[in-house]
Design a protein around this ligand. Structure first.
Ligand code: CMP
Length: 143
């Protein structure tokens, strides 16, 4: 079963959107395989967003993602990566379709509420950065 890495960013936590966002994924049918709140350090931010190093938005991005706690999770299910991304909407909330998470809750690309892995390969890398293997739980759901 495919896994993806999803993270409610500091603005999502500050705006009390954690429950609403997790609820959307649960109702959709994606399974929560791991879940925790953490404060991202600069070192962790630079690892996670390494591909953006050198871009003009890199420094503001690191400042923002380390500005307060995030809620990190591993979601599991069929086509979990693309399913979660479709639910999040475009990176720029102004371009995100109405009804998607960013389309519903955001206005600013630099404060876009949520992050989700963009491919199966990056999902594996990001899950490894944020979770130890024993934090990812295998269990059966009733439905
Ligand atoms: P995310 O999906 O977490 O991946 C990279 C992040 O960089 C992105 O969401 C945005 O929050 C942030 N960002 C800020 N400015 C830009 C930009 N101009 N283009 C792409 N991403 C940006």
């Amino acid at each position: 079963m495919e896994r993806t890495y999803v993270m409610v960013k500091p603005d999502g936590v500050q705006r009390n959107l954690v429950g609403e966002i997790i609820s959307r994924f649960e109702k959709k049918g994606l399974k929560i395989a791991a879940l925790k709140m953490l404060q991202i350090t600069r070192e962790l931010a630079e690892r996670h967003y390494g591909e953006h190093k050198g871009k003009p938005f890199f420094e503001p991005l690191v400042e923002y993602i380390t500005s307060g706690p995030v809620v990190a999770m591993v979601l599991e299910g069929k086509d979990a990566v693309s399913t979660a991304r479709d639910m999040m909407g475009a990176t720029n909330p102004l371009k995100a379709a109405p009804g998607t998470i960013r389309g519903t809750f955001g206005m600013d690309i630099g404060r876009n509420v949520i992050h989700g892995s963009d491919a199966v390969e990056s999902a594996g890398r990001e899950i490894n950065i944020f979770f130890a293997p024993e934090e990812i739980i295998e269990y059966k759901r009733a439905t």
